[in-house]
Write a protein that binds this ligand. Structure first.
Ligand SMILES: [Cu+2]
Length: 179
């Protein structure tokens, strides 16, 4: 097993606070890069117009999360209408939305009656909303390098698997992603 993968597995078992700290640390470079490339308000990144057939997605995140807003940028670039909610404490939010610590990542989203945890690609969320399976939602525990919003220059992307989370709390593979 790749050392980074092992590290992520260990990380996902730690408290949310640690995840947030790791998140902030991990994205120092891309955040700077993103800021540098959009220094002028006039050169704001071009976005697809919000797709009105898509339900609004509410994203709960911590104000100090360094990668959550990059995932939001990814969703917006893919046509999602994002309601960005800064939360004082993510733990009760995750508890309310049925996300266990071992499934936790940084941000937690609600869309179309589903819960989406972590850096899940927009394409998986679109499929979820199109197929409407009887699930609680999708989870991507931890913060796999290379997943949307976790692209860090100079750090290799890793394969990751988005999990389908059932109403009974059981998970099964939903989508495999390879760099
Ligand atoms: Cu993150």
């Amino acid at each position: 097993m790749d050392h980074r993968v092992a590290l992520l597995h260990r990380t996902s078992a730690l408290l949310l606070v640690s995840l947030l700290a790791a998140c902030t640390q991990a994205v120092t470079v891309p955040v700077d890069t993103a800021l540098a490339s959009t220094a002028s308000p006039a050169s704001a990144p071009t976005r697809k117009a919000a797709d009105t057939s898509m339900p609004r997605i509410t994203v709960h995140r911590d104000a100090h999360c360094g990668c959550c807003h990059l995932w939001i940028d990814h969703l917006r670039a893919q046509g999602f209408d994002v309601d960005d909610r800064i939360e004082p404490d993510m733990s009760p939010v995750k508890q309310r939305l049925g996300i266990r610590p071992d499934h936790a990542s940084c941000h937690t989203a609600e869309v179309g009656g589903y819960v989406v945890e972590g850096h899940v690609p927009a394409s998986d969320i679109r499929r979820l909303l199109r197929e409407k399976p009887a699930l609680h939602g999708l989870v991507l525990p931890g913060m796999p390098m290379g997943s949307p919003g976790m692209e860090v220059e100079g750090v290799a992307a890793v394969p990751y698997t988005v999990l389908a989370l059932g109403h009974d709390g059981a998970t099964s593979p939903y989508a495999e992603h390879r760099p």
